[in-house]
Design a protein. Structure first.
Length: 319
């Protein structure tokens, strides 16, 4: 079930008044934040049926290729003790470069990141693909929407540094919630200098911002009071609020080069959020907008342009 459908149910309930707003907020929380196993990506947010068939021609062979590589399965512990799971694919000809691929909400990395994983593998990168908490084979009862996942990413970085030599050069490459996570990580003072750059594909600025956008887009409803109530519920049950942190706060102090990517037709995470992220970033940066791409579909809409930008970024910022 997509976030948009859930918020539709919320909107209907909220018209009943204050009590309805509480019930509506609880419905939103119960449908979006707790763990729901299984891939639930709403492909309507990515493409219409005609485009989707074209995208499949790219997606399917790359997923099959990645699975055929039999990547190593890894588990680590998060700071709160839950088990985090990931897949590791070593480079055939190691170059000392490693990419951590961070997937989006309700997806799993080995499926979503397959096309980019193949690109990085062919360019000499080791590839690490974690499952976010409450996704895939990772433990966790609640989705972190970047706010919790940024700490998990630090744990993965610590694992990488312990496993590999100190000379490893790391890229963080995320899509949607994964992109938000990759940008939020830059706000940590203790971030390892081994991280050399960020690829942020259709990042939202905060969970509050993206949920409020969907509420307004589809149902013409103001964010108050539903979002405030829902955020309080999330804090009580999942340990964080929707406004606890944002990419914009992280980017105020970020010094890492960033490549921001967004599809021009993305109306789930609107393009303006990447515009805001780009404006907030004081480090070396580039903003690539892929014409005709909807949410999370830029790499399929124009694979040549997308991967060309990745190569340019790698050549410029990694040795």
């Amino acid at each position: 079930m997509s976030v948009g459908i859930v918020i539709g149910a919320v909107a209907a309930v909220a018209t009943l008044g204050a009590a309805g707003s509480y019930v509506g907020a609880k419905k939103l929380f119960d449908k979006v934040i707790p763990r729901k196993d299984g891939v639930r990506v709403d492909i309507d947010e990515m493409a219409d049926s005609q485009k989707w068939e074209e995208y499949r021609k790219i997606i399917t062979p790359n997923r099959e290729w990645l699975q055929a590589q039999n990547p190593e399965e890894i588990t680590i512990k998060a700071r709160d003790g839950i088990k985090l799971h990931g897949y590791f694919l070593p480079a055939e000809n190691p170059t000392g470069k490693l990419v951590i691929g961070l997937h989006g909400y309700s997806s799993i990395g080995i499926s979503e990141f397959a096309t980019s994983a193949r690109f990085y593998h062919e360019h000499g990168f080791d590839v690490l693909i974690p499952d976010h908490r409450a996704h895939g084979k990772s433990e966790g009862d609640y989705v972190g929407f970047g706010i919790l996942d940024r700490y998990d990413c630090l744990s993965w970085l610590s694992y990488v540094e312990k496993r590999f030599s100190q000379g490893v050069q790391i890229l963080l490459h995320g899509t949607s919630m994964g992109a938000t996570t990759s940008l939020m990580v830059t706000g940590f003072k203790e971030l390892t200098p081994a991280v050399k750059g960020i690829i942020a594909d259709c990042a939202f600025t905060s969970p509050y911002d993206v949920f409020a956008h969907i509420l307004k887009r589809d149902y013409h409803m103001h964010e108050f009071p539903i979002m405030k109530i829902n955020s309080a519920m999330c804090r009580k049950k999942a340990g964080y609020g929707f406004e606890d942190y944002s990419t914009l706060t992280a980017l105020e102090t970020n010094t890492l080069p960033c490549l921001f990517i967004h599809g021009s037709e993305d109306d789930f995470v609107p393009v303006r959020m990447s515009d805001k992220n780009y404006e907030a970033c004081k480090a070396p940066k580039k903003l690539l907008k892929i014409e005709g791409a909807a949410h999370g579909a830029s790499t399929y809409q124009d694979k040549e342009k997308y991967q060309g930008a990745l190569k340019e970024f790698i050549d410029k910022y990694l040795e």
